[in-house]
Design a protein around this ligand. Structure first.
Ligand SMILES: Nc1ncnc2c1ncn2[C@@H]1O[C@H](COP(=O)(O)OP(=O)(O)OP(=O)(O)O)[C@@H](O)[C@H]1O
Length: 341
């Protein structure tokens, strides 16, 4: 029997050494189920996992590949900022930015698509009253919301379901909105959309940290927040305010994502840091949160929007998939760690 637990420990340690974002914080032995006779391991994660990339990493390891692996996940519902609210929408992840135009909607959409392609049940809620771009991004800008059994029917991109505040109001009305109006519309969208059962709901927030954003963030049962910034000083200053807003609201911050970090020349591969360097990383360090990635400024990223609009199969880049994996893994570890303290 000694060998049973010893093997568990040994496998967990080997897995933790793998270069895979889901394993960075270690693998508890109770996620492993080992059949010694069959030399088989079943590994169940409590968050969405990109199975193929983990299996590739396992296959590259001389010891781990001697076992037959089954990798699964069963997303754990984590505590949120409104303990009294039902959890049917799964873990709510808000994506926010201090400043407009930094790529928050692109990040929200790619997180949603990546997680849904991992096999998780994912919803995307576009709450950006100033410029709801998810309908356009998902190729359905003129869609008219349908109501069935008193519920809005979400639009669909592959297995991802989405709804947008843009479908409820005229674009021009948003400029005169005040906090309570915006949060009422958000509540309606959140509560009255037929989301089905979800593991994760990604919320694309309006940029900024004013009254409207604060009221909206307070209204939702948030599990964790992601702050998107570019490396420019002005964006970083505003991102810092965003981080401060979540700290004041006691909403756990999953991390900071730096977008448009550098431009990589398609010919020679030289990286140019057009807007400064390392600001997002410093911001993350200052607030002791994860640095979720540094996304390059590339024509491909810009072109993704066109592909989505034309309903073409969107090729997510490695860095986008990696970030999605880190977001849900960090969220899990952040929450399970804070629950123990
Ligand atoms: N890394 C990138 N490389 C190239 N283009 C990008 C990148 N990130 C975002 N973009 C482009 O920048 C524009 C703004 O992106 P996006 O709408 O996601 O920003 P946002 O922060 O949500 O803006 P808003 O505040 O208006 O809602 C889009 O045209 C998008 O395709």
């Amino acid at each position: 029997m000694k060998s049973f637990s010893a093997k568990n420990e040994q496998l967990a340690a080997l897995l933790s050494d793998l270069a895979h974002p889901a394993c960075e914080h270690g693998i508890p032995t109770d996620w492993l189920c080992i059949d010694h006779d069959a030399q088989a391991v079943e590994l169940t994660f409590p968050f969405a996992i990109e199975k193929s990339s983990l299996l590739n990493a396992i296959n590259d390891d001389a010891e781990l590949r001697t076992w037959t692996w089954t990798i699964k996940f069963q997303v754990q519902r984590l505590a949120n900022s409104k303990p009294d609210q039902p959890m049917k929408t799964g873990n709510v992840i808000v994506v926010s930015s201090g400043k407009g135009g930094v790529g928050k909607s692109s990040v929200s959409a790619s997180l949603g698509i990546a997680l849904s392609r991992m096999g998780a049940r994912v919803g995307l809620l576009d709450a950006d009253i100033y410029g709801p771009s998810i309908p356009t991004m998902l190729g359905q800008p003129d869609h008219k919301l349908e109501v069935k059994n008193d519920k809005f029917q979400p639009i669909q991109y592959e297995d991802l379901v989405a709804n947008s505040i843009g479908y409820l109001v005229d674009d021009n009305d948003a400029t005169i909105w005040r906090g309570p109006m915006a949060s009422r519309a958000l509540q309606q969208l959140f509560n009255d959309t037929d989301w089905g059962l979800l593991d994760y709901l990604i919320v694309d927030m309006p940029p900024g940290t004013g009254d409207i954003q604060l009221t909206m963030a307070q209204q939702l049962p948030v599990t964790g927040a992601v702050v998107v910034t570019t490396p420019q000083n002005v964006a970083l200053k505003d991102a810092e305010k965003g981080v401060g807003m979540f700290e004041r609201l006691e909403i756990p911050l999953i991390g900071v994502l730096e977008n448009m970090s550098y431009f990589e020349c398609g010919h020679c591969g030289t990286q140019s840091h057009l807007f400064g360097q390392g600001g997002g990383l410093k911001l993350a360090h200052r607030h002791a949160v994860a640095e979720l990635g540094q996304w390059p400024l590339t024509p491909e990223f810009g072109a993704q929007l066109d592909a989505l609009q034309k309903q073409h199969q969107l090729e997510l880049t490695e860095i986008q998939r990696h970030t999605a994996q880190r977001v849900v893994a960090e969220l899990y570890y952040l929450k399970s760690h804070s629950a123990k303290n």
